[in-house]
Write a protein that binds this ligand. Sequence first.
Ligand code: SAH
Ligand code: SF4
Length: 342
Amino acid sequence: MEKTTLSKFSKEELTDFIIKNNEKKFRAEQIFSWIWAKNASSFDQMTDVKKEFREFLNQNCQILDCKIKLRQISKDGTIKYLIEFSDGLCAETVLMRFDNRSNLSMCVSCQVGCKMGCKFCATGKNGFKRNLEAHEIISQILLAQIDTGLKITNVVFMGQGEPLDNFENIKKAIYLINKNLQISIRRMTLSTSGIIPKIYELSQNELIPTLAISLHAPNHKIREQIMPIEKKYNIEELKKALKEFNTKTKDRITIEYILIGGLNDTKECAIELINYLKDIKCNINLIPYNPTDDNTGFKKPNKKDMMKFKYLLEASGKKVTIRLERGADIDAACGQLAGKTN
Ligand code: SAH
Ligand code: SF4
């Protein structure tokens, strides 16, 4: 008989399950707290749950239905995990700690592979395998907490896959991360390549994370060259959706812009980008292109061009940051997650 996976449950569902199996409600409270607050990885750790019931749990249930298959630790402390799901497919997830802050950020994956096919990204290179279920998304966080004994404080949906292409599961995952793991929605960021109808939908959701947009180009022509999604949802329509998102949420959007040497890092591009963003309430995050291991023909930007690009944007009054490269020595940086064992 297949075991029941308890990390799939909300508190109410867990309570129903426990009561159905002839135990009292307070047992559900105890077990919930062991799983979500105390990082238990086995029922035997749940010492305040009576032995007979632990026996029942051991025989009929499991906490998680996935496991860490591989762990790599970078020189900078970043940890990349390869997670194996119940059907044997794998996806990567990255845990980042920034020295000067107490934040511990987890970059979770939402799909095995990706359908979007952005030219600069390693994730989609082996095609799309499947969506991850909500509990598989949240399990990535539980596994990292169990492994490190630390509490994750921030979640970014920026791992493998396109979150808005797996929207129902992402909405559920956001809800469970908030309710079960008690991580504030203010500490969650969702990055999308720009599935416009879903951006409108997200602005109506009860819990709305910070929205990050993978823009990566200042105009249709360049964006189309590097992101196939531009053919379906173009940059001008995207602008309308972003303005509407601003109006609905009052929050600043993060604009992600990969700088690719000689392609989109020129002065002309900076000026065009300033113009594109002038009516959008946003911060800009510049990401130096991370080489992926095949022949894309793309180059890293040089330092001087990067700084020039940043200064030009800053002169327009926007806040601009350059994304710190994390875990590049273990292929854990943006765009390098390929989930290689698949
Ligand atoms: N699919 C979503 C989220 C995952 S990608 C999205 O595309 O937004 C997370 C970020 O890494 C995105 O901004 C993505 O464009 C960026 N990225 C992808 N490949 C990269 C590369 N080779 N170098 C730098 N950033 C990259
Ligand atoms: Fe998919 Fe994002 Fe990679 Fe594009 S950048 S292929 S949307 S994961």
